[in-house]
Design a protein around this ligand. Sequence first.
Ligand SMILES: [Zn+2]
Length: 483
Amino acid sequence: MKKFAVFFVLVFALPFFLVGCDAESESNSYVIVCEYDDESKTLYGSETVKFFNQSNNAIESLSFFLYPNSFAEGKKVVSDSYFDKAYVDGKVSYGNIEILSVKSGENLSFSVSEEGNILSCALNKEVFPNESVTVDIEFCVQLANINHRLGYGENTINFGNFYPILCVYENGFVENEFSTSGDPFYSTVANYDVTLTFDDDFVLAHSGNAVSESVSGGKKVVEIKGEKLRDFAFVLSKNFKKASAIIGEVVVNYFYHDDQDYEENLGVAVDAMNTFQNLFGEYPYEAVNVVQANFCFGGMEYPNLVLIADVVDDKETYKYVIVHELAHQWWYSLVGNNEFTEAWLDESLTEYSTFLFFEQNEKYGLEYEKMVEGALNSYQLFVNIYKDALGEVDESMARALPEFATEPEYVNNVYTKGVLMFDSVRKTVGDRKFFNCLKNYFKDYKFKIAKGGDLINSFSKTAKINLTSFFNAWLNGEVSVGG
Ligand SMILES: [Zn+2]
């Protein structure tokens, strides 16, 4: 995501649930069938989720993250500084997800946590390592009238994080909390088969690839498939126009509802995809969709789909956001990480990748060294203001989202200081090694999950220098660049 700171089935021993143990073919999968009712702003859905146990433990229950409940009454989904951009006419609106049933051949008992963030399903039998279980979940999502990842605005209806998604299993399921700042998401890649039904006057932008489309009785039905996607999102709008370009094997689509500069912005997306493929590695999907949306922050990333906020009215900033969100296709989408506990891992690298884009594409008129200098000045301003106001400032980067006390503290430490950290790594190891570090990190963790330590080890291995203390000093706040 891009924000702007004030500164700047259990394997029922039933054979038909069991599948082979070919590790390559064994990944989680989702078959999702949804119908959107625009009158009630409700999405009725069902999903068949196959969980493959890649751990060494027997598993007795499954946990799913229920992001739509972060919009429920009593919850705060945006900090005060974004309130006016989020809520249409300043009116608070609520949404939620209701779990109607959970089955795995038979009904399973399930519960939703008090916070509403986690759905737990008790399996009637353990799932052993290298076995899988399939569960069917029926759900209903009520959308809030909000310019957010999930919700309806004036021009677009955004369906980000709309369905129950499996938590990542690490000796227990990692159950993230809701958070108003940052992206509280963490998931493995999975295969998706999604069938969406909606009024036929909507235009659809989505993750994955449409494999069939039909219209009858005023409804459009689209089936979409996607392999090795970390999530699935879609956006509907009655006002979308589409501009497209092809680079190599990848189609770049730009869906917009209000943009006179659409050709130029499509060009930015094309340049970004080309640059990042050259710098990091090939984009392995058929399409990427840049979607101008009603959104309160700068932008938001999903696999094959990024939201760019239509409220970003400065042309240069709009381009910057396109580049930043597309860099997330590599850092977050292809190389996954726990964005809740280690936001720096994707946001710092994504923000730094955005700087690299401008360094590589001189026609945009931004000089790399001046951008780094600007980041340093901005960070120092933040530190000085906070020191004046509070007497001290926490300069550590490696914190979970709720551990950042304020929005500026999060943005400045994770984005701005992140850029300074990667610039410093580059200047320490030299350009040739640094760019190889990026390529090797991508190659080794593509479709997987990386932890902070994995990035540090990977960079150390490629650079042939032990960078552990170097990185840790930055991440822990020992390196003070506040001046
Ligand atoms: Zn971001």
